[in-house]
Design a protein around this ligand. Structure first.
Ligand code: FUB
Length: 463
């Protein structure tokens, strides 16, 4: 960033916003993360919050194949605003891994978080490792110093703990295998060992394109959960392009009975893969999946999406349509009178996030006309001022505080002053007027060309 950039004439922010708003659709909530390409969603509920673990497609694809080095995590208490907790670990946490940080799942047990992750080994071949942490956002370390499981097609683990405390790990492409995990979560029952499911049409549906001699529809990416004493196995099916399907059982060990398609192959901006995740949060069931919906998106640049749905009365899962609107109803209002991380975002354009040891995750590469939307902010009886922690070498950037839409009523403007450089942080404030009750809030960024400032957190002060 430099001052010369700010002196150049800026494209009016309002014009850019009109263009962006038309492109994105202001009600869009899918894909749920706009600052990175994310895939293979693995939601987990802990302490009343949702933690969304994702794999991460790099912005630059190498050799026209999955280019994936780390896993990211996001949290939310309302299912519409997602706080970026950063890249919580890389494949390098496993000394023995060569790369290919594909689809994993994290689970909480006895004060620790166990994250089951597929990678390729330095000496070749697929393997599943387990990383452990005291906190949902890491730091994670290799729990074993070696893989938990090694075998051809050993990818995409899903983990589940039943009400009797027995834990299960399922995984695999194009077969589905499982083990019974021991209570330590880092070893498994050697007596039963690794069990392969019956990959028959009756168990996992029928596909036209045979794999060797088998015709079962199951492909990869299993997701296991229990509801009302029924066990559900969701999975991508059919070969590429994948649709989502499911089977059920009366036991977490099967036998699995094929039920139906959950989501057809996504026609409009789908990726050739898909990957299910599921939670019920505050009484509402949600299906997580991925598409290629962000600008520049594709099969190796995917994005996580969410659809709320209702089970049918008989416990079956309806056909779920992928939508742009996604989660339309916030599960809880957001309190603006406590510090809110700037990377808490319902929708954004023209910004990225970054992280470092001193600051953690922050919003960066903020451009003129970019904006962040925060949904269902409860201003109660009203606010008098706004403060934000900023770092920049520039004078002249602005945060325009709009409500309801990016061009809705302006309740205040923070004129950003230089803090010396873009790693020196200072709290800057402005007055606000004319705001009370619940509104969507927009930070609309204004300034010259190029990156304007870095943004760590914000809060309002009440009347
Ligand atoms: O993200 C890489 C691979 O693509 C995953 O492991 C599969 O489930 C598919 O989504």
């Amino acid at each position: 960033m430099n001052n010369a950039k700010l002196k150049r004439r800026a494209t009016p922010a309002i014009f850019l916003l009109a263009v962006l708003a038309t492109c994105a659709g202001l009600q869009a909530q899918n894909p749920v993360i706009q600052t990175h390409y994310t895939a293979d969603p693995a939601p987990m509920i802990y302490n009343g919050k949702v933690y969304l673990y994702t794999s991460h497609d790099e912005d630059t694809t190498v050799r026209n194949f999955f280019t994936m080095n780390d896993w990211r995590c996001y949290s939310s208490a309302d299912m519409v605003n997602w706080t970026d907790l950063g890249a919580v670990l890389s494949y390098k946490v496993f000394d023995w891994a060569r790369g290919d940080a594909w689809a994993g799942q994290c689970i909480y047990r006895n004060g620790k978080f166990y994250y089951y992750l597929p990678v390729n080994q330095k000496n070749g071949g697929n393997a599943i490792g387990v990383a452990v942490s005291d906190s949902p956002a890491g730091p994670f370390k290799d729990a074993l110093g070696k893989p938990l499981l090694v075998g051809y097609g050993y990818i995409d683990p899903t983990v589940f703990i039943d009400s009797d405390d027995q834990a299960y790990l399922y995984w695999g492409n194009p077969n589905l295998w499982h083990v019974k995990l021991n209570a330590d979560m880092i070893s498994y029952d050697q007596k039963t060992g690794v069990v392969m499911e019956n990959m028959n049409d009756m168990n996992f549906g029928h596909r036209e394109k045979k794999i060797n001699s088998r015709t079962a529809d199951y492909e990869e990416g299993p997701w296991l959960f229990e509801r009302k004493s029924k066990y559900y196995m969701l999975y991508p099916a059919g070969g590429v392009p994948e649709h989502l399907a499911y089977s059920t059982s009366d036991s977490p060990l099967g036998p699995w009975v094929y039920k139906d398609t959950i989501m057809h192959v996504i026609k409009n901006r789908g990726a050739f893969t898909n990957h299910p995740g599921y939670i019920e949060y505050k009484g509402q069931p949600y299906l997580f999946y991925h598409n290629a919906g962000l600008p520049g998106g594709g099969g190796f640049k995917r994005s996580v999406c969410i659809e709320p749905f209702q089970f049918n009365a008989d416990g079956s899962i309806p056909l779920i349509n992928p939508t742009k609107e996604g989660v339309t109803k916030s599960a809880a209002p957001l309190n603006p009178y406590k510090k809110v991380e700037a990377e808490t975002i319902a929708w954004s354009e023209g910004v990225k996030t970054a992280q470092d040891a001193a600051t953690g995750v922050y919003v960066t590469r903020i451009n003129n006309g970019g904006y962040i939307k925060v949904r269902s902010v409860d201003f109660g009886r009203g606010a008098v001022s706004y403060e934000a922690r900023i770092a920049t070498a520039l004078n002249g950037g602005k945060i325009n505080l709009h409500i309801d839409t990016p061009t809705g009523p302006l309740i205040g403007t923070l004129n950003v002053a230089s803090t010396g450089n873009d790693a020196v942080w200072a709290i800057q404030t402005c007055n606000v007027t004319g705001i009370k009750g619940i509104h969507d809030l927009f930070f609309v960024f204004e300034g010259g060309d190029g990156d304007l400032f870095n943004f760590d957190w914000w809060k309002f002060n009440a009347k």
